[in-house]
Design a protein around this ligand. Structure first.
Ligand SMILES: Cc1cc2nc3c(=O)[nH]c(=O)nc-3n(C[C@H](O)[C@H](O)[C@H](O)COP(=O)(O)O)c2cc1C
Length: 293
């Protein structure tokens, strides 16, 4: 469990991209929500990342499979941050947040520290649980804020621009231990992004090669994301959110590795009912154990 400075707690997180821009899920997830098999209230929900201006990215809604492919035990995606922009989000979703019972975490991606600070300040009046800064999308080009110094500057700018607690979303491709040391005392948590194809599937050709390979997530990424988690836990006291859950047992494994909250990402795409079932099961088991103890 992660206690945030604003009093909110993070225990189970729906990762960015899992439940759309507003926390209600993508249209194909709605029937599961209506019948209770997917319960968004169980999670602190990271919205799909928004950028300063609308971004076309690689996703075409008429042909989504062109940029998202299921793997054995995972997903590879090369969406490239397709989104309608933060102004749209603030207008259409941000204004609705006070009326909703879902707990939302903002997610922003910027081309420069200044842009990230500007976006963080745009979210300041929205009642969010926290703001996640996506420092690490594997599917965007070299202009990304991806070097250690730039990330530290961006997080510092965001910190000054918003009252919200901050989450830094990092990648295995970063010098993440150096970044974590630099962020000590400045962010409330670290989240872990998908793994660039070239790293996760060395030598094999990606089905999304024309988009640069894409990012691998889910069980197929555990070797990399869990090693990153362990190293971060060793070098920093910043709580780390554990990713890449695929089976119920993975939750216990992540906690033993030192994860302070559990994140569900691509499992929502493959098995959208499982995260809710896993949370319910763990809560049931904990309350039985408490009654016995
Ligand atoms: C289809 C899809 C879309 C995603 N979109 C975003 C995004 O917009 N912003 C972001 O920070 N991460 C995004 N991610 C990455 C996830 O939030 C998560 O960090 C990643 O999948 C690793 O976690 P997992 O192994 O539990 O899936 C996306 C992942 C997938 C599969």
């Amino acid at each position: 469990m992660i206690e945030l400075p604003n009093g909110h707690r993070l225990e189970y997180v729906a990762a960015s991209g899992a439940l759309a821009f507003d926390g209600r899920g993508w249209w194909w997830e709605w029937p599961l929500r209506w019948c209770g098999l997917l319960d968004p209230s169980k999670f602190a929900i990271v919205i799909k990342t928004v950028t300063r201006r609308p971004r076309r990215g690689n996703l075409r809604w008429s042909r989504p499979w062109e940029v998202v492919r299921l793997l054995k035990g995972g997903v590879v995606n090369a969406i490239g941050l397709t989104n309608p922009g933060i102004a749209w989000w603030c207008r259409t979703v941000g204004t609705q947040v006070p009326k909703r019972s879902y707990r939302l975490i903002g997610s922003i991606y910027g081309e420069s520290p200044e842009e990230i600070a500007e976006m963080a300040s745009m979210l300041d009046t929205v009642p969010l649980v926290a703001v996640e800064v996506n420092c690490s999308c594997p599917n965007v080009g070299a202009r990304a804020v991806s070097q250690t110094e730039a990330i530290l500057a961006a997080m510092e700018g965001a910190r000054q621009a918003t009252q919200h607690p901050l989450i830094a979303k990092l990648s295995v491709a970063h010098d993440y231990c150096a970044i974590a040391r630099g962020l000590q005392g400045k962010v409330s948590a670290i989240a872990i992004n998908s793994v660039p194809w070239a790293m996760a599937c060395q030598g094999a050709e990606s089905p999304l090669a024309q988009f640069g390979g894409g990012g691998v997530s889910g069980r197929a990424a555990q070797l990399y994301t869990w090693r990153m988690l362990q190293e971060l836990v060793d070098v920093t006291s910043i709580p780390v959110i554990g990713p890449s859950v695929w089976t119920y047992e993975d939750i216990g494994r992540l906690r033993r590795l030192g994860a302070r909250a559990i994140s569900f990402g691509s499992i929502f795409l493959r098995y959208p009912w499982r995260p809710t079932a896993y949370v319910r099961r763990e809560q049931r088991e904990h309350s039985c154990a408490r009654m016995r103890g």
